[in-house]
Write a protein that binds this ligand. Sequence first.
Ligand SMILES: [Cu+2]
Length: 218
Amino acid sequence: MSVAQKLAMVSVAFVLVVVSVFLYITQWLMYQVPAQPASARVVNGQRTGYLTLATVGAIGFTSHPTWVAYLVREHGRWVHSTVYTLPAHALIHVTVEEYDTQTGLRNPFMSVVRGTIGGVEYVNGRAVRYVNANTPAHTFSVPALGINVPLPGIANSSYPGDLTNPHNSHVTISFSFRTGGPGVYHWQCFVPCAAGFLFGQGGPMQTIGYMDGLLRVA
Ligand SMILES: [Cu+2]
């Protein structure tokens, strides 16, 4: 093989690598998590939206079956998504079925309910303004809207809670809040719930679709 031929082969290989890297990075940058719309209707003249969520200790599918995750109820099915579309200037009623065990908060500040209607959440129907900081499995927190809702976990002896069985052990949490104008608001969990990661803060805690998400208010 001549030097020119060798040079041509190396050049072609180099171009292929550069193009592959370029495609990989652009695909990664352009990736959009599919948004799950929440149902909206007018109740007593008030634009109202509903969001039904679940939290599980291990999602059991996806490429990370062992990761903690949020799911959303869509048309009678649990869907793996943390990107939710909500109506603007509306009252949003949220219900969370919490199937994971207690991890506890590193910062007890996050054990106080904030930003909800009445400053309360309902834990199995009982209104509370805060929970014991050792009990949350997860939180539903939207920093830009001042919302923080700690979600108490189930007892270790009841684990794993099974989403597919509505009678299985879980804690039902409900609360309401108002959306403002249109925008995209980041939300996340503040419990270091990522088992197996440094300080419980890696993996699912850093990944949209698990313990982080977006509220698309439109
Ligand atoms: Cu969490």
